[in-house]
Design a protein around this ligand. Structure first.
Ligand code: OAD
Length: 242
């Protein structure tokens, strides 16, 4: 395919490549996306499950939803798309991987410089004392309690209406601004501020390559758009880079 060669050439002639990923990259691992035909937000209301108000109202309900998602994520494996990105980093091509995903699959695939804009589903945080820790399986008792102060533990993810972790966002802004090429993969590009990061790359003269099975609001400003599954196309691009 001509686009594969084109993408490989553009990547090959860039010095500082950064990727931004969304739920679409994990779709081929069997993890549901948020929007689109079978998206989670078609079946569930974000206001009931992914806001601080929802958690204050009904922590058990919110936790049940997260335990369900943890089970899906826990039995999922990184797919060839995640693995190709990890290899690109290993080869010194990809400098940072900015993700909106909370599933941790990029790290499991071997990526190291991963910026998790929306947190990680395997980290919990106390709403009272701020204690936080990583967990490896869903909590048995829900809602789980803080071992330090007895307060309520929540998933350490970003909910609607909450700010992103400042240090992570600042680093993402740095990488997006410095990138001379950004791969925008599997994101509907409607949730801010993540959706604006490619604009920083573009504004500084960088190239945008979009890999997505459908159009997004970013499509019109992308230099190259590849309408294919990430897990299919990324290994092919990697192979072409050589
Ligand atoms: P979305 O579910 O909004 O979008 C997924 C995107 O992936 C869509 O544009 C699909 O066309 C595309 N897609 C699906 N399968 C694909 C595949 N195999 N290969 C390539 N592309 C594919 O997910 P996000 O953009 O990540 O935030 O959503 C952003 C945020 O909204 C999430 O982080 C989450 C959600 O609400 C919070 O919970 C704060």
């Amino acid at each position: 395919m001509e686009v594969i060669k084109e993408a490989a050439d553009l990547i090959g002639s860039s010095n500082f490549v950064v990727a931004l990923t969304g739920a679409g990259i994990s779709a081929e691992s069997g993890i549901p996306t948020f929007r689109g035909k079978n998206g989670l937000w078609r079946k569930y209301r974000a206001e009931d499950l992914a806001t601080p108000e929802a958690f204050a109202r009904n922590p058990r309900l919110v936790w049940e939803w997260y335990v369900w998602r943890m089970k899906i994520i826990g039995s999922a494996e990184p797919n060839p798309g995640h693995i190709a990105l990890a290899k690109m980093e290993e080869m010194g091509i990809l400098k940072a991987l900015i993700t909106q995903n909370v599933d941790g699959l990029h790290r499991r695939a071997g990526s190291r410089n991963v910026l998790e804009l929306h947190g990680n589903i395997w980290r919990v945080r106390c709403v009272d004392c701020g204690f936080s820790k990583m967990i490896s399986k869903p909590p048995e008792q829900i809602p789980p309690k803080c071992e330090e102060c007895g307060g309520l533990l929540r998933p350490d993810v970003v909910w609607f209406g909450e700010p992103l972790p400042k240090d992570v966002l600042n680093r993402a802004i740095y990488y997006a601004s410095r990138a001379d090429l950004m791969l925008v993969i599997g994101t509907s590009a409607v949730v801010q501020p993540a959706a604006s990061l490619p604009l920083l790359t573009k504004r500084n003269g960088g190239i945008l390559i979009e890999i997505n099975i459908s159009d997004t609001p970013l499509t019109p400003i992308c230099d190259l758009t590849i309408r294919e599954k990430a897990g299919v196309i990324l290994p092919k691009i990697l192979e072409e880079i050589g």
